[in-house]
Design a protein around this ligand. Structure first.
Ligand code: ADP
Length: 370
C-alpha cells in the first residue's frame, strides 16, 4: 500500500515537472501561440502573444476576436476550423511609429486539432503568429539589389554594344570619331569591370565568409601605409595632388581581419582622392585607442558631401550627383562594402561633412577581449 502511494507520488511529481517544462518551452518560443476553442474563446495563450498584442492581459477565457482585434486574423482561424485543414496567410499590419517603417508582416497559421483530442479540445484550433517583417525586408533588399545591379550592368553594356554595331555597319568612318568610340567603349568596359569586381567582394562578404573573419591583432600603421602606397598611381594619374598623413599614435594595433581593412581603407582613401580632382586635398588617416574600442578616422578637406546626400551614401549604388560626376569613376558600391566590412567586425561607421571644409568617416571597432 505504502509502496503504491509512493509510486503515485513519484508519478505525480514526474508529470508536474513535465508540465512545467512544457510550459517553459512554449513560453520561450518567440511566436505567439493560441489555442482557440470551437466557441471562439481562447483556451490557451503563451507569453509570445504579448509581442503581437502588448495590451492583451489575461486572454484565457476571452473571445479571440476581442483580443486580436483584427478580422483578417480571426477569419483565417475560422476558415481553418471550418475546413479542418491547416491554413496559412501573410497579413500586412500597420503599426504607426514602428521601427520597421510603420508596417509589419505577420504570418497567421491555423492548425485544426484532430477530432480525437481530449475533451474540450474537440474542434479547437492551434493558432501560430509569426513576425516575418525582417525576412520580408531582407528579401526586398535582395530583390532591389538584383534589379539595381542589372540596371547598372546593362547601361555600359548597351553603350558598348551600340558603338560596336555602328562600327560594324560602317556608320562611323571618320578616324577621329572611331577613336572616340574606342575611348568610350574602353571607359564603359572599365566601369563594367569595376562593378563586377565590387559585386564579387559583396557576394564574398555575404556568402557567410564574414563568419570566418580571420581576427588577429595587426599593425594598422603598416596597413594604412600600404594602402597609400597602392593608391599612389591613382594620385599620379590624376589632378588631385593629394597629400597623406597617417597618424596611429603610440599603439598602432587593431583587432581585425587585415584583408577587410585593406578594402576599407582603400575605398575610403580612394574616394577622398577621386572626389577631389581640384588638387591639393589633404587626407589624414588617424587611429586612437579608447579603453574598449579602436577609433579610426579618415579625414579630408575636399569638396565634401552635401547634407542632403549624407544619409544615403552607404546605400548600394548611391552616388552623389555632381556637375562633374560623369567624369569621376565609381560604382556607388564602395561605401556599402566598407559598411558591411565594419559591421562584420561588430563595429560602427559614421560620416560627417562640411563641404569645402572637411569630411570625416569615423569607424569604431572593439579591441581584443572587448
Ligand atoms: P563610388 O564607388 O561611386 O565612389 P561610394 O559608395 O564609395 O561610391 O561613395 C558614394 C558617394 O559618396 C560617391 O558618389 C561620392 O560622391 C561620395 N563620397 C564618398 N566619399 C567622399 C569624400 N571623401 N568626399 C566627397 N564625396 C565622397
Amino acid at each position: 500500500m505504502a509502496r503504491q502511494k509512493r509510486d503515485e507520488e513519484v508519478f505525480l511529481q514526474h508529470s508536474q515537472r513535465r508540465g512545467e517544462m512544457l510550459h517553459r518551452l512554449v513560453d520561450g518560443i518567440d511566436d505567439g501561440l493560441f489555442i482557440v476553442g470551437n466557441d471562439q474563446q481562447i483556451l490557451f495563450a503563451n507569453r509570445g502573444v504579448l509581442r503581437f498584442f502588448p495590451s492583451i492581459a489575461d486572454p484565457v477565457g476571452r473571445p479571440f476576436l476581442e483580443c486580436v482585434r483584427d478580422h483578417r486574423i480571426a477569419e483565417v482561424v475560422a476558415n481553418g476550423a471550418r475546413s479542418g485543414r491547416r491554413l496559412r496567410e501573410e497579413l500586412l499590419v500597420s503599426m504607426p511609429g514602428d521601427s520597421m517603417g510603420g508596417e509589419r508582416v505577420y504570418s497567421v497559421e491555423a492548425v485544426p486539432l484532430s477530432s480525437n483530442e481530449p475533451a474540450g479540445l474537440d474542434g479547437a484550433v492551434l493558432v501560430i503568429l509569426r513576425d516575418e517583417t525582417q525576412k520580408h525586408h531582407l528579401e526586398k533588399i535582395r530583390k532591389d539589389f538584383v534589379a539595381n545591379a542589372s540596371h547598372e550592368l546593362r547601361t555600359p553594356l548597351s553603350i558598348i554594344i551600340g558603338y560596336l554595331e555602328n562600327l560594324k555597319e560602317g556608320d562611323i568612318t571618320d578616324p577621329v570619331e572611331i577613336q572616340r568610340a574606342f575611348t568610350l567603349m574602353k571607359k564603359h568596359g572599365d566601369r563594367l569591370a569595376s562593378i563586377v569586381e565590387d559585386l564579387l567582394v559583396i557576394s564574398r562578404m555575404e556568402s557567410g565568409q564574414t563568419e570566418a573573419l580571420r581576427l588577429e591583432v595587426f599593425n594598422f600603421d603598416a596597413c594604412a601605409q600600404d594602402v597609400v602606397h597602392r593608391l599612389s598611381p591613382m594620385v599620379a594619374n590624376s589632378k588631385s595632388r593629394a597629400s597623406f598623413k597617417v597618424d596611429t599614435g603610440e599603439d598602432p594595433s587593431v583587432f581585425g581581419d587585415r584583408f577587410y581593412w585593406d578594402q576599407i581603407l582603400f575605398n575610403l582613401v580612394g574616394n577622398a582622392i577621386k572626389e577631389n580632382q581640384g588638387g591639393g586635398v589633404k587626407i589624414v588617416v588617424r587611429l586612437r585607442q579608447e579603453p574598449e574600442f579602436s577609433v579610426i578616422e579618415v579625414r579630408d578637406d575636399g569638396v565634401g558631401i552635401p547634407l542632403a546626400d549624407l544619409p544615403f551614401v552607404f546605400k548600394r549604388f548611391y552616388r552623389v550627383a555632381r556637375h562633374h560626376s560623369q567624369e569621376i569613376k565609381g560604382t556607388g558600391l564602395g561605401l556599402s562594402i566598407v559598411k558591411r566590412a565594419v559591421e562584420a567586425h561588430h563595429g560602427t561607421i559614421s560620416v560627417h561633412s562640411k563641404p569645402g571644409v572637411e569630411t570625416v568617416f569615423t569607424i569604431r571597432v572593439p579591441r581584443k577581449g572587448s
